[in-house]
Unconditional design. Structure first.
Length: 183
């Protein structure tokens, strides 16, 4: 019987072949759809890795070791100030959060917007920003995000996030010591 890891790897190999065939035929729509499927499988691989790591933590906890705070269901909540450059260039930068070790370059994220639309992106090293810019532009436009606005990336489960504008009653924390709520 195949493991989930093996099934994902097989699907990725198959998708790689299908993408190459679609690219040869210049079927860019199909290429894009297949690439999105491959991205989703990569997200699943990351989630499985995270689940395995958390299982390891839980197993250690059974032996009497205390559980780290991250395993108790406390997910990350990132407050991000949007600069004029971010609005003009459709960027969402996470430099501060990366510097504080709250999020990592290369981390893959499935992000849900207020309208329910989802997209998959990752954090790129150059500029410490989210790779996907088209959906960020749409989010800024539809939510009237302007220079000086704050947005929140809130982790709702492993690898899954909500992106929204901050509420008026929700000022971003200033340099709090809390590792999971960061400015």
């Amino acid at each position: 019987m195949k493991t989930i890891d093996q099934e994902i790897e097989e699907l990725l190999t198959e998708l790689q072949s299908l993408i190459a065939q679609a690219a040869k035929k210049a079927d860019f729509g199909l290429t894009a759809k297949l690439s999105q499927n491959a991205k989703e499988l990569e997200v699943m691989k990351g989630q499985i890795k995270d689940i395995k790591a958390r299982l390891g933590i839980l197993k250690k906890n059974l032996s009497g070791n205390p559980m780290p705070e991250a395993s108790t269901g406390k997910f990350r909540k990132l407050f991000c100030e949007v600069t004029g450059g971010c609005v003009r260039q459709n960027l969402l930068t996470l430099t501060r959060q990366i510097q504080r070790g709250v999020i990592k370059v290369g981390e893959t994220m499935e992000i849900e917007l207020p309208d329910g639309k989802r997209f998959i992106t990752d954090v790129v090293e150059k500029g410490n920003k989210l790779r996907e810019r088209g959906e960020i532009a749409r989010f800024y436009r539809e939510n009237h995000i302007i220079e000086g606005s704050y947005v929140v990336l809130e982790e709702i489960s492993l690898g899954k996030w909500l992106l929204r504008r901050t509420r008026p009653d929700e000022p971003p924390p200033r340099e709090s010591g809390n590792k999971y709520v960061n400015f």
